[in-house]
Design a protein around this ligand. Structure first.
Ligand code: NAD
Ligand code: ZN
Ligand code: ZN
Length: 380
């Protein structure tokens, strides 16, 4: 089958790889109809991780079950399913507690598994014609038959739940003001989720015009950090008080200004200033324990200069980590089916699998217009 294979920094290719097959009776093989490229894939694409050449990318996958192992009971061939990006067992103590992003079974020695991601276990990615799904009864979310809502549903694999998770960790409640740093797909989904949770005003900080426009389209207030200090802008709009809650949807590859070197702690420190005392921060943006491309020796070891004194003084709570997609996917799916949520407004491009190398390059450059790319390996 054809698949998106990582070759070297800034280089992926669409190549023939062996077809996946049932390796365990609890597996299914899914024919992939939609698979999205994620900002998280770019960390590997840019050579910022220990990703090895040959890895097949793709953790945001939707398709039709092709074949089911003999132990699979709830999913049948022909079912349309979306897979949470976390590969999880469903029975370890973290899974039972709802922390499926930290499954203890699927990736021993490291809590948590994912498809097509370095250090997240041996699971091949779904930017391909077919995907093997382990523990399929747990890792497939069944969808209505047909093709309706295809690009809404594919976002259930990661970014819609991840944006929602940012708001959940920040405990966004009705009437509150929320500051979201980053207007990439995750930030836009966090802003959208804040709206679903009844926030009164949502500030979205970025510098990329078309992304800020998308934020405005969903009723958020765009804040361009290139214009002026975003903290000052948000303080002015909240009577000097600051926002009630904050979400970091940028992560460690943050910059103060385009063209300048990375400042991995800049968004965390901005949020500590932006959010009022006793508030809370949700941090879905990625931070890593080792980063060979970091701007200084400490950051290369994942050690950042964060204003912990100010954090403590203000009594801020902080939530971090991979999204536990399984925890949110069912009710977010129901919102889509009921017409109450349509997250696909972030999708800017729908392309065939063969277009992946070009799409990676443009998405990586954050070229105007490349907000979220969905690949269709079987056309459509
Ligand atoms: N926790 C999880 O489970 C999970 C899941 C998916 C993605 N992620 C992570 O979330 C982050 C965002 O993902 P994405 O797909 O939206 O990525 P993205 O790279 O497309 O978006 C990041 C945005 O941040 C903006 N930005 C850079 N510096 C900034 C600053 N100083 N202030 C404000 N904005 C700034 C960029 O212009 C960009 O638009 C990544 O780190 C990704 O790895 C985490
Ligand atoms: Zn993703
Ligand atoms: Zn588990």
């Amino acid at each position: 089958m054809r698949a998106v294979v990582y070759k070297a920094p800034f280089q992926v290719a669409v190549e023939d790889v062996p077809d996946p097959r049932i390796e365990h009776p609890s597996d299914v093989v899914v024919k992939i109809t939609s698979t999205a490229i994620c900002g998280s894939d770019l960390h590997m694409y840019e050579g910022r991780t220990a990703a090895e050449a040959g890895i097949v990318f793709g953790h945001e996958n939707l398709g039709i079950v092709q074949e089911a192992g003999t132990a699979v009971t709830s999913i049948r061939p022909g079912d349309r399913v979306v897979m949470p990006f976390n590969v999880a067992c469903g029975f370890c103590k973290n899974c039972i507690a709802g922390y499926t992003g930290f499954c203890l079974t699927v990736n021993p020695g490291f809590a948590g598994g994912a498809y097509g991601y370095v250090a997240m276990g041996p699971f091949r990615g779904g930017q391909a014609e077919y995907l093997r799904v382990p523990y399929a009864d747990f890792n497939c979310e069944r969808l209505p038959a047909g093709t309706e809502h295809e690009t809404d549903f594919v976002l259930l694999a990661d970014i819609f739940p991840t944006g929602y998770h940012g708001c959940e960790m920040a405990q966004v409640a009705p009437g509150e003001t929320v500051a979201v740093y980053g207007a990439g797909p995750v930030g836009l989904m966090a802003a959208y989720s804040a709206r679903l949770r009844g926030a009164s005003r949502i500030f979205v900080v970025d510098r990329i015009a078309d992304r800020l426009r998308k934020a405005e389209e969903i009723g958020a207030i765009p804040i361009n950090f290139e214009d002026r200090d975003p903290v000052a802008q948000i303080k002015e709009l909240t009577n000097g008080e600051g926002a009630d809650k904050g979400v970091d949807a940028v992560g460690y590859q943050a910059r103060a200004h385009e063209g300048e070197r990375e400042e991995p702690a800049i968004v965390l420190n901005a949020l500590i200033q932006t959010v009022r005392a006793t508030g809370a921060l949700g941090v879905p943006g990625l931070y890593v324990p080792a980063d060979p491309g970091a701007p200084d020796e400490q950051a290369r070891r994942g050690v950042l200069g964060v204003a912990v004194g100010r954090l403590f003084e203000k009594g801020l709570r902080v939530g971090t980590g991979q999204c536990n997609v399984k925890r949110y996917i069912r009710f977010l799916k129901e919102l889509i089916i009921a017409g109450r949520a349509a997250p696909s407004f972030v999708v800017s491009h729908e392309l065939p699998l063969e277009a992946a190398p070009d799409a990676y390059e443009k998405f990586d450059k954050r070229i105007d217009g490349y907000t979220k790319v969905v690949l269709h390996p079987h056309g459509g």
